[in-house]
Structure formats: structure tokens, C-alpha cells
Ligand binder design. Structure first.
Ligand code: FAD
Length: 449
């Protein structure tokens, strides 16, 4: 094998993965990241008042996220995560009704059937329509066909006899947290991918996992340490200004905002799509093979971090329906924090409505709502309330948007792409980012050997 020099642009999960795989293979890697730390959209920080590790947003991964689990295993942090041995999601309503979706030791999709039949949040008639719709999704052999790419999942559901209540209390219960948009705004092909891969093909595909400690402890910091150990150069807190591409269509180097020039044999752009395009010379920005990347749009996530003075939640995580509260994670239990109170994270996906609200407005809506949902919260004092808003949390998988995802290879010979938004077939997830980083490293390996 020939050792090549490779510069990786962007230190999110995609860039970290590409850099790690290439450094492991013996290449001379330089990773450049604008922020002073690695992690991109998945990082944690220490809250100044409580001293607690706070994630920028609760991140969940599923049993089907095999590339992500492999990455954590390789950097030695998989044991800092919790992973269900069998799917179990408790779904509560404000009227106290509780349902549990559980996977049993049966082949998929039968593993879900017994708990689904007992699920109290939709009626019998609705259940009798959900089952054939699930089977239709399972049997679809070409989920990527143009008709499904262009259609919204909600339209498909309605055409297949699903009631508004079934869409809200079953389909969107899964779609919204997984794809960060409701089924109205998701292409049917992406929703089919989710249901097929997570729920219908493998009885452990949807087993829930999450980091017990902060995201940076599990990803950014250990990966940075491993990269340094492998001899990679990390240029943190450095912004890339532009790439130079010569007349023959090869990248000859890049220039940082402070004027420093960096050059290498190969370049991996693991930047968001608009940032990647913005670095290219104009002629390449308009190239039909690249320009589609400009069409991506973004969906917000808002996380509320709430410290109570006493235990208020008898769960590690729970989902709510018929409430603005969506999913609540009890970080005190998950991270084994000393207490005495509970630190809860309320994760609000597709948070268009809540995004513009001030911290006080969010407090006014969500604290009373939590008292309604969690009776023990009524007598508890809120000691701290922190809001983390991520406006560009995930690229949107709108109907038609799958067409805007670009392949790893570009028309520029020594520039390859990574990033969750590239054409991995996965939604905007850590799994997609890791897969894209693996794919970018594999293409360069192919060129270099
Ligand atoms: C609040 C929130 C909750 C989420 N929840 C989940 C979840 O539960 N499960 C899940 O799987 N996924 C979740 N995600 C999505 C997941 O975090 C992303 O899919 C993944 O982290 C994307 O990684 P990436 O490397 O592709 O992109 P990014 O993380 O965006 O990395 C791009 C990097 O490029 C850097 N950069 C940009 N411009 C420049 C420049 N000019 N010079 C140098 N560097 C530059 C950026 O600083 C950034 O670090 C969530 C995201 C958010 C925000």
C-alpha cells in the first residue's frame, strides 16, 4: 500500500470517521475543524452552574446503526453507552394511559405484534389498518423508486387507509424523533427505509441505545486522542476559506481564513453541503454534479434541560403523545448522577413551533405540562432550566429531497465527499455520518493503493 497525504475538512462524525479510518490505514492525515473541538453536531459541554455534562441534544442510536456501534467499539467507548437487549418504548398520554411497544423473541416483524395489539393509543379498527400498511412497506422491494421519493409519507399513509389518530399516535411517534420531521414532510422512500431497516427486517433493528456519559466523552475526545496517537495532525479552531482547483480538475490546496495554505494528495470534504459548495471555485459550484447540494434545507431540534430538586421521573426515557412534550430522558438515571434530584432532558424534534420562543416562553409552556405528565414534578422545585436550540439540526428528507444527496466521488479527481447528507441511503443520523466517512476513506484507499 502507498501512503498518501489526506486533508479532511470538518471534524463532525463524518470527518472524524474518515480521518480515523485513513490514519489506521497508514495515511498521513490532517483534519481541519472550525471549532476548537471535534464532534460537529454531536457534542457535550459542562454546564457552568451544575457541573453536569450536557449534550447539545439527546442522541439516540438504534440496533440497526451497526457502523456507528463499530466506530465506538473501535475507539473503546461502546461500553459507555446503554443498549437495549430488546426494544422497549413506553408511551404515555396525559390522561395516564400507558402503552409499551416491546420486541419479543420472535422473527421480525412478528416480534412487535403482541405489544402492538395491546397498544392502547389507537383503536382496534386503526390497528387492523396499520398491520397491512406495515406489511406493504415490508414487501416493497424498491423503496427508492421515483414515486416514493417524490411523495410524502403522510399521503402514502392516507392512501393506505391510515386515520389522523393512527398517523399521530403510531406512525409519527416513530417518524418524528427518527427523521426530525412529521410524516407530512418526509418522503415516503425515507420513511420506508426507516420502517424496513429498523422495525420490519430485524427483531433488534430498533433496540434503543444512547450514551451514558456526555457525547464528547464518547466520540469527540477519544477519537481526537486516537487520531493523535496514530500521528494525525488536528488543526482545531481553524476555518477553511477556500479550495483551489486547477484547470485539469484537481484540488491543489486549500487556504484557511488566517491565510495559511495546506496541501495534500487527497481531500475529504466532511462539511455541510452549503459550506462545501461555498469553498469551491464558482465554476465547480455550478457543476450539475455538485450544485444539487445547495438545495438541502434543515429542520430544528430544541432540547430543554431541567434540574429538579427531587426525583420526578420513574423511567430512563419515555415518549408522550397528545402533549407538546415528546420524549423525555432522565439523565440522572442514565448517567448515574448522584442526585438527589432528577436532571431531565426534553427532546423536541421538528421543533418549528418552539424554535422562535424565548427561554421564558418555553418555561411557561413546558413546566406546567411536565407537572401534568409527571405528578411528582408538581411539588418539586426547578433548580435550573437550560435551553439548547439547534436550528440546523438535520437536513430535511422532504419529498423530492433524496435527489439532492451527492455520491462520495466528485468530478474533482482528488476530492471526495462525506457528511450525513451525502447519498448513504440513511436519514440525517450519526449512522449516516459514520457510513459516509467509511465510504470516503474506502474511495481514497482505492485510489492510493
Ligand atoms: C440536537 C440534535 C439531536 C440529534 N439527535 C440525533 C439522534 O438522536 N440520533 C442520530 O443518529 N443523530 C442525531 N442528530 C444528527 C447527528 O448529530 C448528525 O447527523 C451528525 O452528527 C452529522 O455529522 P456530520 O459529520 O455529517 O456533520 P457535522 O457534525 O455538521 O460536521 C461538519 C463539521 O464541519 C465544520 N465546518 C463547517 N464549515 C467549516 C469550515 N469552513 N472550516 C472548518 N470546519 C468547518 C463544522 O464546525 C462541523 O464540525 C442530532 C443532531 C442534533 C443537532
Amino acid at each position: 500500500m502507498t501512503s498518501a497525504s489526506v486533508t479532511v475538512l470538518g471534524g463532525g462524525l463524518a470527518g472524524m470517521t474518515a480521518a480515523l479510518r485513513l490514519a489506521e490505514a497508514g495515511h498521513l492525515v490532517t483534519l481541519i475543524e472550525r471549532r476548537p473541538y471535534l464532534g460537529g453536531r454531536a457534542y457535550s459541554f459542562v454546564d457552568s452552574e451544575t457541573g453536569t455534562q450536557v449534550d447539545n441534544g439527546q442522541h439516540v442510536f438504534l440496533g440497526c446503526c451497526t457502523a456507528y456501534a463499530q466506530l465506538l467499539n473501535d475507539v473503546g467507548t461502546l461500553d459507555q453507552t446503554f443498549r437495549q437487549s430488546r426494544l422497549r418504548i413506553e408511551v404515555r398520554a396525559p390522561n395516564g394511559k400507558r402503552g409499551v411497544l416491546t420486541g419479543l423473541s420472535l422473527p421480525a416483524p412478528l416480534h412487535l405484534l403482541p405489544s402492538f395489539l395491546r397498544y392502547p393509543h389507537i383503536g382496534w379498527r386503526e390497528k387492523l389498518r396499520v398491520v397491512p400498511a406495515l406489511l406493504r412497506i415490508q414487501r416493497e422491494r424498491n423503496r427508492d423508486r421515483p414515486g416514493l421519493r417524490a411523495m410524502s409519507f403522510a399521503d402514502w399513509l392516507r392512501q393506505n387507509g391510515q386515520s389522523p389518530r393512527a398517523i399521530a399516535n403510531f406512525w409519527d411517534l416513530i417518524v418524528l424523533p427518527s427523521l426530525n420531521d412529521s410524516s407530512e414532510n418526509i418522503s415516503a422512500s425515507m420513511a420506508f427505509m426507516l420502517f424496513q431497516v429498523a422495525l420490519l427486517q430485524n427483531a433488534h433493528g430498533a433496540d434503543v441505545g444512547y450514551a451514558k456519559s456526555g457525547l464528547s466523552d464518547v466520540m469527540g475526545e477519544p477519537i481526537a486522542a486516537q487520531l493523535r496517537e496514530l500521528g494525525a495532525t488536528l488543526m482545531l479552531g481553524r476555518t477553511i476559506d477556500h479550495l483551489t482547483v486547477d484547470d485539469s480538475g484537481r484540488t491543489t490546496g486549500l487556504t484557511l481564513a488566517d491565510g495559511e495554505a495546506v496541501s495534500a494528495d487527497f481531500y475529504v470534504s466532511a462539511l455541510p453541503p452549503d459550506a462545501m459548495l461555498g469553498l469551491l471555485p464558482e465554476r465547480w459550484r455550478d457543476d450539475p454534479a455538485l450544485a444539487l447540494a445547495a438545495k438541502h434545507t434543515w429542520s430544528p431540534i430544541v432540547n430543554l434541560h431541567i434540574w429538579y430538586d427531587r426525583p420526578v421521573g420513574d423511567f430512563d426515557f419515555v415518549a408522550f403523545i397528545d402533549s407538546p412534550v415528546q420524549w423525555v430522558f432522565n439523565r440522572t438515571r442514565i448517567a448515574g448522577l448522584p442526585g438527589p434530584g432528577d436532571y431531565l432532558t426534553v427532546s423536541l424534534s421538528g421543533a418549528w413551533e418552539h424554535w422562535p420562543k424565548t427561554k421564558d416562553e418555553l418555561r411557561e409552556i413546558f413546566l406546567p405540562e411536565l407537572e401534568l405528565l409527571l405528578p411528582q414534578a408538581k411539588d418539586a422545585q426547578v433548580e435550573r432550566f437550560v435551553v439548547v436550540k439547534e436550528q440546523r439540526a438535520t437536513f430535511r428528507s422532504l419529498p423530492g429531497a433524496p435527489d439532492n444527496r451527492l455520491p462520495t466521488r466528485t468530478p474533482i479527481a482528488n476530492l471526495v465527499l462525506a457528511g450525513d447528507w451525502t447519498d448513504t441511503g440513511w436519514p440525517a443520523t450519526m449512522e449516516s455520518a459514520v457510513r459516509s466517512g467509511n465510504a470516503a476513506a474506502a474511495v481514497i484507499q482505492g485510489h492510493a493503493s
